[in-house]
Design a protein around this ligand. Sequence first.
Ligand code: C2O
Ligand code: CU
Length: 436
Amino acid sequence: MSISRRTFLASSAAAALVPSKVVASTQRLWAAPVLAQILAGELSESGPTPSLGFNGNTPGPLLKVRQGEELSVTFENRIGQESSIHWHGIRIANEMDGVPGLTQDAVPDGGEFAYRFVAPDAGTFWYHSHSRSWEQVARGLYGPLIVEEITPPDVDADIIIFVDDWRIDEDAKFIDDFDGMFHFAHGGRMGNYARVIPSQSSVRRGDRIRLRLINTANARVFPLDLSGIEGKLVALDGMPLEQVEDIGTVTLAPAQRADIIADVLDDIEFSFWTGQDNYALGTIAVEGANPSARNATILPLPSNGIAKPTEEPDRREILRMQGGAMGGQHPGEDIWSFNGVSDLTDEPWLKLDRGTTVQISLVNDTSFPHGIHLHGQHFYEVANDGSLGPLRDTSLVNARESRDIICVFDNPGRWFLHCHMLGHSATGMKTWVEVT
Ligand code: C2O
Ligand code: CU
């Protein structure tokens, strides 16, 4: 990791704000170039960064629906190249999943696509470009998608916090090495500047808050530390934990989310361990005090009722990650592969009857971590003792390690399965599964 401290002041980045607009029923989401004030604090003097955004901003507008409601979004592409939108983590109707070549044609520049789908699960999700995503997401094409519980937990503030990094030069421009082979073959294209983007900049002492953390970085795994709060981890990747957990360090691979419910004791400071030192990501400041602080126990959120796997899986499979720099031999034709096969093939990796339970060993034979994302359904991570861990849509597998997941494939369609280190997916680490 190389975040240059000379070029970029690491600490006390003042947090800029996500516009918190709730857009009503049929909405327009137009993608176009924007100027974004990415560098914060003193660095902001370098000026804004030419970026891509939705409706004039990056991150894009807050899309919010109630659980079970339909979201209807007309996407308009004005970015000068093809694009599409993926609704990350939503158990969606397949034709709305936003994957060019698998579920739809890419939307040409100047074109439109009407996305319309039901959001079956309450939780923290996000949307992002799924075309040249390693560049378009890095340039800013993402935003929050929140599905509200029928009865939301009782909190004083509900705060979305994007955690991201960017590769920026001294004139605040993106370094134009999105296609850099060096990045692709290693851990992915890491930013040299990182911070949080919270949807509000202050809270009161004594507030009970919900924090929705979303890692939107292309490649960086953030082991996040939060200070100034006392509370519980209540959900991962949009799905409630059966039991709330102590917060500790919250490690988020790209695309992963975590929900926390906590009471505010002091300024909330976000930081992460880079491997060398602690890097400050920004602060939500305390202003004033809440005269009627809550003291009810923090309880689990209501379950989304995802199907539980059968005692014995119907099938067992291995998904072996191979390739990359430093010792990943494989016969695939690109930098990375799954089971020796790079990129999408005409035939799916797995053809499954709807409802099949599959236990998949994610085996990382490479020298880098990978965040493996399955579209269209959540899966359970399996703990070493065989017990069911949290439900996730993206599983982090560290270098030379492996992890089993178990999934009831009950959503019909053609589902993309890939590394969410977006440059890895771009250079081979992707496949697909067909459920009929
Ligand atoms: Cu969040 Cu296939 O992506
Ligand atoms: Cu990867």
